[in-house]
Design a protein around this ligand. Structure first.
Ligand code: DAH
Length: 337
């Protein structure tokens, strides 16, 4: 047996018995490293005679290849062994972490139901910013500078003079600025007032604004629309009452009350909305901003309303305290899942 063959057998045995990657690397260095035993045979080649050299050279090559191949094979084996061991540590019989199903917030449910009813009556959705200017919130809505709603005690003002809108009526103005009549839109959204927070008052609350402008729109259309809406929400036996009121942006102005046996405390009239016929001064303000006569009050009439979503949801779901909506208590929220 040639010493190189002996060397190869020794190497293969060492490789086979390497227990981990470190031992295998030491073995590689021992045989194939720069001063390893296989490599030092390369040096010895120079001392061989002409006849011996090609034979030994071939043998040396074969040895080097065989050792390198064995190392690679062993490395692969060690790697997969390590992976298997790691996997064995995972207990696949352990129960997983279930992902919990969420549900819609009661106010969102109330909004979705309401929007759906108005869409069936042909109302499109309109939108406006929560932070608006005084003109959209008050001036354009015929609300004079001395009106209490404009007071700093009642409204959140920003340093630049803008404010958190106190009602969604701002979107009436924005919708009319953006398009000529006929107009039939609703605008759901948040409103803000510096109210003392208690069971029925919150600094942030929600409304759906409605606006319908066309030729010959009357109070009868307004009453029909809101009566239909209330009966869809609270059931066919719901009674709806309109009481005279005052809003600067409507004339006449009305408040809407509902009463229904189907509801807890249903023997009481509960106020749920403000509404009225759009005041000509509102049309004129819009015309002025538009720079045209698109909303000519001699030609067009319209009704508008503002529905208190929090109040409606409290009645419908029998919720005693408006603060529950914002407290994020799962014991409360799960009841509406
Ligand atoms: N913006 C009024 C409020 O927040 C509600 C309201 C009353 C809206 C009459 C209207 C309306 O569109 O016509 O109290």
């Amino acid at each position: 047996m040639h010493p190189l063959e002996q060397l190869r057998d020794d190497a293969l045995r060492d490789i086979e018995s390497a227990r981990d990657e470190q031992a295998l690397e030491a073995t590689r260095v021992k045989y194939l490293g720069r001063s390893g035993s296989v490599s030092s045979w390369g040096e010895q080649m120079k001392t061989l005679g002409k006849e011996e050299r090609p034979i030994v050279g071939k043998l040396l090559n074969e040895t080097r290849n065989a050792v390198a191949a064995a190392i690679e094979q062993r490395a692969g084996k060690l790697r997969s062994q390590k992976e298997t061991e790691a996997l064995e540590k995972i207990d696949i019989s352990l129960p997983g972490t279930p992902s919990e199903r969420g549900s819609l917030h009661p106010l969102t449910q109330m909004l979705d139901r309401s929007i759906d009813i108005f869409r069936r009556m042909g109302f499109a959705l309109a939108d406006g910013p929560d932070i608006d200017d005084e003109w959209h919130c008050f001036d354009a809505l015929n609300t004079p500078p001395e009106h209490p709603a404009r007071n700093e005690q009642d409204t959140f003002y920003l340093p630049d003079g803008r404010l958190l809108r106190t009602h969604t009526s701002t979107v009436q103005i924005r919708a009319m600025q953006a398009a000529p009549p006929p107009m039939r839109v609703i605008a759901p959204g948040s409103c803000y007032r510096r109210d003392e927070v208690d069971a029925t008052h919150s600094a942030q609350f929600h409304q759906i604004e409605g606006l319908y402008v066309d030729e010959k729109v009357s109070v009868a259309d307004l009453k029909g629309t809101l009566e239909f809406f209330m009966r869809e929400i609270f059931g066919p036996d719901t009674l709806v009452q309109f009481r005279p009121h005052f809003f600067p942006f409507t004339e006449p102005s009305l408040e809407v009350y509902v009463k229904s046996k189907a509801l807890k405390g249903g023997e009481q009239w509960i106020e749920v909305a403000g509404c009225g016929m759009v005041h000509p001064a509102v049309f004129e303000a819009v015309n002025k901003a538009r720079g045209d006569k698109a909303y000519d009050p001699e030609k067009w009439t319209g009704f508008a309303f503002g529905l208190g979503m929090d109040r409606l949801a409290m009645i419908l779901f029998d919720i005693p305290d408006v603060r529950l909506f914002a407290q994020n208590d799962l014991r409360f929220l799960r009841q509406f899942a």
